[in-house]
Design a protein around this ligand. Structure first.
Ligand SMILES: [Zn+2]
Ligand SMILES: [Zn+2]
Ligand SMILES: [Zn+2]
Ligand SMILES: [Zn+2]
Length: 331
């Protein structure tokens, strides 16, 4: 008697870009191409009349496009898993039928199914389904899975400023994510922007593109420092910024301070009030203001002089300036 060994799925690749795919994704996460899952292996002998995706003769509805495909072959009773399909759980509407991940509709009662997307790193800002950080396109809705399309203006502005300031690209990646804005040491090139600021009600009410650009540049400052961590080990850096390894709690409520050009007059040794909260924030704020002012130290130092800033603040900008230049091999 033959054993019921699981037949390994052949490697699935996008017909256009050859990127790896998961079965039943609607779009390639690499090139965004629309996908179609036909019954190529003749497993069920049936395809949906409307969308062309593989179905079972016993279904009453297409689990992919949701249309009514009932005919005389359809099972009068909801089944658990007909040939070619797996049973992952029961229909969430209680019709008694079984459904397989990631069916969008119950093949028995036709009502929409929902799946938990815990195995993914992030949530698509367009459809709220699971996506991974390396994806360019959402495999479920086909939109930009990073959400960069929602912050395009701010991102373009930040990029232009970095180019003008002559900061070498370190291949950072901006992603919208629910939760907090920030960068973690374990993935220094991933800049997370709290999606609430962009897609939520607050975005339209309170947050300007200028503010968002400031927030992105501040987070880019964290990313730049994590990426160039060796800089923090130099005596010059430590004398200017202090001990960046000092433990601290991120306070996300302060982000509104990231105005584009403002330099505080109250704290002589810090560029902004937020910079005084921790050496890492100090660096991120110094970076942000340095980039916003396009690296023009003479203009900036003139302002510091008028505002009676301390010597150490000048030094912070010089540490950054000299390091940025050293990355190009300039002296
Ligand atoms: Zn592709
Ligand atoms: Zn269909
Ligand atoms: Zn159902
Ligand atoms: Zn999506």
């Amino acid at each position: 008697m033959a054993s019921r060994r699981e037949v390994p799925t052949p490697e699935l690749r996008c017909p256009t870009c050859r990127a790896e795919l998961d079965r039943f994704w609607s779009y390639c996460s690499d090139c965004g191409r629309r996908l179609e899952w036909r019954d190529v292996t003749r497993e069920t002998g049936a395809e949906c009349y409307y969308c062309g995706w593989v179905v079972s003769d016993s279904f009453s509805h297409c689990p992919w496009c949701g249309r009514d495909i009932a005919d005389r072959d359809s099972s009068p009773e909801p089944l658990k898993a007909p040939k070619g399909f797996k049973y992952h759980r029961r229909c969430r509407w209680g019709c008694g039928g079984g459904v397989m991940y990631p069916m969008r509709y119950c093949p028995w009662c036709g009502r929409p199914e929902k799946w938990r997307h815990d195995e993914f790193q992030n949530v698509c800002p367009h459809c709220n389904k699971g996506v991974d950080d390396w994806m360019n396109w959402c495999p479920w809705c086909g939109e930009d899975s990073t959400g960069q399309d929602l912050v395009r203006q701010a991102l373009a502005r930040a990029r232009r400023l970095l180019v003008t300031t002559r900061i070498k690209d370190w291949h950072y990646r901006v992603l919208l994510r629910p939760g907090v804005s920030g960068v973690t040491h374990s993935s220094p090139k991933v800049i997370e922007i709290e999606r609430r600021y962009v897609t939520g009600k607050r975005r339209r009410d309170e947050i300007s593109w200028t503010m968002l650009t400031g927030l992105i540049l501040h987070e880019l400052g964290h990313s730049f420092l994590f990426h160039n961590w060796r800089l923090t080990r130099t005596g010059r850096f430590r004398r200017a910024f202090g001990e960046v390894r000092k433990a601290y709690r991120v306070s996300d409520s302060k982000w509104v301070d990231f105005e584009m050009r403002h330099v505080t007059t109250t704290l002589p040794n810090y560029v902004t009030a937020y910079a005084a909260t921790h050496p890492q924030e100090d660096f991120a704020e110094t970076f942000r203001v340095y980039v916003v002012r396009r690296g023009r130290l003479r203009e900036l130092f003139g302002e510091f002089g008028r505002k009676r800033k301390g010597v150490v603040l000048f030094e912070k900008f010089l540490v950054l300036h000299d390091y940025v230049r050293s990355l190009w091999g300039w002296r």
